[in-house]
Design a protein around this ligand. Structure first.
Ligand code: ADP
Ligand code: MG
Length: 423
């Protein structure tokens, strides 16, 4: 069995990360079998060399190796590409055509971006994987083929299965062995090594002196996110090699070649994005809780002292620092308000809200209360008034003039009242 190092040399694979070595080792181990292999990893991590290794180290190496990019073939023609078609199967099918599965009989087919396969094609693929049978498009004649499949994907297959974009049975059939290639940002020690390799390749290609990075530039290179992985690193090495007059590349120069949007974030962030988000949120909550608890303890202490001594001035004097800690310095308060409007507006809005509620409540209460009293009083006043008028009229034998004089009102007013009370 060829060693991992020999394979790397033969296939031009640079790097020494344990995860990369493990992936190559797995490829070497499964190569002599006919087991289906699914290569996973982000775009640009080097997935394409795995099926090549597998094919070359297998008994199929003298037969065909066909790499198919499933994502690049239009949905309408992919069945015909893979399985062929009969003459007259569809408009334009002037001749019978052999598909890749027929051509590669005895060899290996690499299905790149397998997650992009239409569901109808997935059914055909499952059949050919299970018993080597397939039908040309427009034909009812079952054909046989002996093809080894290595598939690759950069999409989350479980998600695709959940969304019913990929058949679960096919997924398990394809991924009997899973070979995962790590993203470049997780291959820290390989980044500069790969860059030097590309720099020397491009120096040769463009017949120019090899570019070299300063220490600061190496640091920048190593902490970059490389969302496009090795493909992206290679492109940047090429651009620098061609465009830079000064063959010593500073961090500044390198920076101008690196995309800025979201790409300069430290590598760890993307790796455990949700975790990081969650933990930072949790940290903030903890901090708020701890601060609140501390404030509460301080307040308890103050209240207790106030209860014990009953002397506000003394307590204020003895606990100056504590009071300042809880309520802040009066002079500083204004500054805080300017500096941290969010925090203050929150507190403000709460106070304001409470205040408004209290005000409203009390106003409402007073209003109800006042209304009841007023009504009662009005009633009793009316009653009293009515009684007084009645008695006065009785006393003066119905003589309004005398009654009005006694009541201290004009005769006219009395007349109105008599009407009002229907006397
Ligand atoms: N370990 C490696 N050493 C050298 N070049 C590599 C390595 N891995 C990937 N590359 C190069 O990076 C580019 C992208 O690799 P590729 O296999 O097409 O990625 P993927 O299929 O995962 O998107 C290719 O040019 C390939 O030659
Ligand atoms: Mg690829």
């Amino acid at each position: 069995m060829e060693s991992i190092q020999a394979i790397k040399q033969r296939f031009g694979i640079i790097g020494n990360t344990p995860a990369l070595n493990r992936a190559i080792e797995k490829a070497i181990q499964v190569a002599p079998t006919d087991i289906s292999v699914l290569v996973t990893g982000e775009s640009g991590v080097g997935k394409e060399s795995i099926p090549k290794i597998i094919h070359q180290l297998s008994h199929r190496k003298h037969n065909k190796y066909i790499a198919v990019n499933c994502g690049a073939i239009p949905e309408g023609t992919i069945d015909s590409e893979l399985f062929g078609h009969e003459k007259g199967a569809f408009t334009g099918a002037t001749q019978t055509r052999e598909g890749y599965f027929e051509v590669a009989d005895g060899g290996t087919i690499f299905l790149d971006e397998v997650g992009e396969l239409p569901l109808t094609t997935q059914v055909r693929l499952l059949r050919v994987l299970e018993n080597g049978e397939f039908l040309k498009v427009g034909s009812s004649k079952v054909q046989k083929t002996n093809v080894r499949i290595v598939a690759a994907t950069n999409v989350n297959m479980f998600e695709a299965i959940e969304k019913e974009k990929f058949r679960e049975d096919l997924y398990y059939r394809l991924s009997t062995v899973d070979i995962h290639l790590p993203p470049l940002r997780d291959r820290h020690e390989d980044i500069h090594l790969l860059f030097r390799k590309f720099a020397s390749d491009f120096a040769l290609k463009y017949k120019m002196p090899t570019i070299k990075l300063t220490d600061a530039a190496v640091q920048l290179l190593e902490k970059h996110r490389w969302s496009g992985n090795i493909r992206q690193l290679r492109n940047i090495a090429e651009q620098l090699s061609v465009l830079e007059q000064n063959r010593t590349i500073s961090a500044e120069t390198l920076k101008s070649y690196l995309p800025t949007v979201g790409a300069n974030l430290p590598a760890v962030i993307k790796h455990t994005k949700s975790d990081t988000d969650f933990s930072s949120e949790r940290e903030i909550l903890y901090k708020v809780l701890f601060d609140m608890k501390a404030d509460l303890n301080d307040l308890k202490k103050l209240t207790l002292e106030l209860m014990k001594t009953g002397n506000t001035k003394d307590v204020e004097k003895n606990n100056e620092s504590l009071i300042q800690k809880i309520y802040g310095n009066i002079d500083e308060d204004d500054a805080d308000y300017e500096e941290d409007p969010i925090e203050n507006s929150e507190v403000l809005s709460i106070t304001e809200h409470t205040a408004t509620l209290e005000k409203n409540d009390s106003v409402l209460d007073k209003y109800h209360f006042a209304e009841e009293i007023e009504e009662e009083e009005t009633l009793s006043l009316q009653d009293k008034e009515l009684e007084l008028i009645k008695k006065s009229l009785e006393r003066h034998s119905g003589k309004r003039k005398l009654a009005a004089a006694e009541l201290g009102i004009s005769e006219r007013t009395l007349y109105r009242k008599i009407k009002q009370y229907d006397l």
